[in-house]
Design a protein around this ligand. Structure first.
Ligand code: ZN
Length: 326
């Protein structure tokens, strides 16, 4: 059920599944120290880099005259922070990010950020401040509590507003599931952290959840039950989780680049570090995996996505058949 989202002071900018929602928080009045009489606003997450122009247009409309004074990121995946550089350049605003990735972002250190590892695009930005779990967003948005919510991403935070009992859950909880558990693909047990983050959301007793992807929802208990069922399944079948992640990242990459022929898609995957680890998990963990090469495995994933309708195959202007995200 989609919520009737007339939460005072919040605008949710939702678009296709592969770009994260942007949540505009409108303050009740001008902030302390503000020279302007305009009301202030902050945006939580900025979507994907390829949607940056759309993000700017949607944001401008959502502000409807309010003054944007900052960007906050729940975590630094390319679909959540891809618009950071464009939004901060246009509005001249600082960017607050979770502390776990602050130093890596400041140095733009590939080894501490996810972009190179997952073969995703990002434009460098400079973080200005840390969103410390246990504290609040900066005034005048300080009714929003910051909570650590690792699992999908070790550094991720979620936000909670007590007055409206609203959680901005990022990829820790969706209406149907949660995001890929990336640390598991590195061989680190993080399913327990996913469970802890679901327990945290339950303890907050939200009446509304604004997820990182998809529409806001009010049936929180049902969503938590579905997420826990999915988590039980992945714990029983960690190889299935790796296969699910490998498929999702193929679709995501095709969305990013617009389309590739099958050989180029396989080539991209074989060069992307996270695929090498996923392949090692799959090849080592299943009898079927042992009989395949890595490139045959990626090809089979693409074929399965085609059959399921998640990818389409179309001839491009040069007559080459190109795979695209459906
Ligand atoms: Zn994410």
């Amino acid at each position: 059920m989609t919520a009737d989202l007339r939460i005072p002071g919040v605008t949710v900018l939702e678009r296709g599944w592969l770009s994260s929602n942007n949540v505009v928080l409108h303050a009740k009045g001008a902030g302390l120290g503000s020279a302007s009489a305009r009301k202030q606003a902050m945006v939580v997450d900025t979507g994907h880099i390829s949607h940056a122009a759309q993000t700017l247009a949607l944001l401008e409309a959502a502000l409807s005259g309010d003054e944007l004074v900052g960007i906050a990121n729940t975590h630094l995946h390319s679909d959540h922070c891809g618009g950071n550089a464009a939004v901060s350049a246009k509005f001249k605003v600082p960017i607050w990010i979770p502390p776990g990735e602050f130093d890596a972002a400041l140095a733009w250190d590939d080894s501490g950020l996810s972009f190179a590892d997952t073969g995703q695009l990002a434009e460098r930005f400079l973080p200005a401040g840390r969103l410390m779990p246990g504290s609040h967003l900066p005034p005048p948005f300080d009714q929003w509590q910051i909570h650590a919510a690792p699992g999908h991403d070790p550094a991720s935070i979620i936000l909670f507003e007590l007055g409206s009992r609203t959680v901005i859950s990022a990829d820790a909880l969706w209406e149907n599931g949660f995001g890929i558990v990336f640390p598991e693909l590195n061989g680190r047990d993080a399913f327990g952290e996913v469970e802890d983050s679901l327990d945290l959301i339950e303890r907050l007793r939200p009446t509304l959840v604004i997820p990182g992807h998809g529409s806001p929802f009010v049936d929180v208990a049902d969503a938590l039950a579905r997420a826990r069922e999915r988590l039980r399944y992945f714990r029983r079948e960690p190889i299935r989780h790796a296969v699910h992640a490998a498929k999702a990242l193929l679709v995501f990459h095709l969305m990013e680049v617009g389309g590739l022929d099958r050989t180029a898609l396989i080539h991209w995957a074989l060069q992307t570090p996270v695929y090498q680890r996923m392949w090692a998990l799959v090849a080592g963990g299943s009898a079927a995996g042992g009989a395949l090469s890595a490139s045959e495995w990626v090809g089979q994933l693409a074929d399965a996505l085609l059959r399921a309708g998640h990818l389409s195959l179309k001839g491009n202007a040069s007559g080459v058949n190109v795979l695209t995200a459906s």
